[in-house]
Design a protein around this ligand. Structure first.
Ligand code: KG4
Ligand code: ZN
Length: 353
């Protein structure tokens, strides 16, 4: 089904996101125009622990969500009575963190008489592409690489997704975070490796690029992560120091080869014309460049969201929720957090009769 976004130019959707360590709210008009995008990052709360602590994340969301939603409405210069629908992330993610957003959305919706629609966080990441690429329409293929997920997805239509590949072990972002911690860069690892790698030699150390036998498109990052840890251990045992920038650059180069190699193979086999990227790792400068180059060689149109729409935000939830709303999907007060929600599946979200 093709979809005419212009018919919905006045639709105002409030997006709410709290699946991990960002409390975020946004107002989106006409499915793709971001009127406000407020993000409260909890990085400072988790840094001393070297990663996200679920209980602290939930408590942090509770403390901030009211203010973040109010700021999003204020910045968009709208009030709750102007809002047509509230879109909220209900999975996948940390259950306690998700529950804060879901409960807040349901309470607001009930009190103000506004329909609520639950949104899949990963589908939200994919929909971030509609913000900066205003003429983008499905079908297209999308690489989603975040802290918890690595997927190749065929976006068949609005609200219709087919998973082509997934990770067999660690997600790409998880590998970035673990390697960053091991080489002393700390949390959050991805952006720090991205920066450090610019000063290093990507060919200094040869790390493995694993393939998965059963599904040639599936990803695996745990072997790469172990190879980095083994290299660091070997250096320690020999009493040798290692070059942080070289390890960062060599690891990043291997991770990018895996992501780009599998993506381009799947795109070629399926005759893909448009390729997009999404999720926190999609803000990696070297990955963006590598995919741009490879797509250009193959005459595939390459789309990427601005970095602020790659990492967790509520604008992408507002966009995904706008399309879900237009397709007729609604959630009632039974909407619950679904921590392991799959792409393309709906639970507690159904078409209105
Ligand atoms: O999508 P996201 O913000 O949250 C999840 O849904 O997981 O992704 C966070 C992940 C983290 O693992 C973080 O280290 C990684 O994205 N990340 C990056 C970069 N910026 C964030 N990885 C590589 N390079 C970056 N520039
Ligand atoms: Zn995310």
């Amino acid at each position: 089904m093709s979809f005419n976004t212009k018919d919905n130019s006045k639709l105002l959707v409030l997006g709410i996101e709290s699946s991990c360590d960002e409390t975020a709210a946004s107002v989106v008009r006409g499915c793709r125009e971001v009127l406000s995008n407020v993000i409260y990052s909890q990085i400072d709360l988790h840094t001393i622990y070297g990663g996200v602590v679920p209980e602290i994340a939930s408590r942090g969301h509770i403390e901030k969500i009211n203010q973040v939603v109010k700021s999003a409405l204020d910045e968009a210069k709208v009030s709750l009575k102007d809002i047509d629908a509230i879109a909220v992330t209900y999975g996948p993610g940390l259950v306690g963190a998700l529950l804060v957003g879901v409960a807040h959305a349901k309470a607001l919706g009930w009190a103000a008489g506004i329909p609520v629609v639950g949104v899949n966080h990963i589908e939200g990441h994919i929909c971030a592409n509609y913000i900066d690429n205003i003429s983008l329409e499905p079908p297209f293929m999308c690489l989603v690489a975040s802290g918890g997920h690595s997927h190749l997805v065929n976006v068949e239509d609005y609200g219709k997704y087919e998973i082509i590949a997934r990770t067999r072990d660690d997600a790409a972002g998880e590998a970035f975070d673990k390697v960053a911690r091991a080489i002393g860069l700390g949390y959050p690892g991805g952006p720090k490796i991205d920066r450090e790698a610019r000063n290093g030699n990507p060919d200094a150390i040869s790390f493995p690029r694993a393939n998965v036998r059963e599904n040639e498109y599936d990803f695996s990052f745990s072997g790469l992560k172990s190879a980095v840890l083994n290299y660091l251990n070997a250096c320690n045992m020999k009493g040798e120091s290692f070059d942080v920038a070289d390890v960062a650059a060599s690891f990043q180069s291997a991770a990018i080869d895996i992501l780009v190699g599998h993506s381009m193979q799947a795109a070629a086999d399926r005759g893909v014309k448009k390729f997009a990227i999404a999720g926190g790792v999609a803000s990696n400068s070297a990955l963006r460049q590598a995919l741009e180059n490879e797509c250009e060689k193959r005459e595939i149109e390459f789309m990427k969201p601005s970095p602020v729409y790659c990492t967790d935000n509520a604008a992408m939830i507002g966009v995904a929720g706008s399309y879900e709303y237009n397709l007729g999907y609604r959630s009632d007060l039974t909407l619950n957090a679904v921590p392991n929600l799959s792409i393309g599946k709906r639970e507690g979200v159904s078409k209105k009769s």
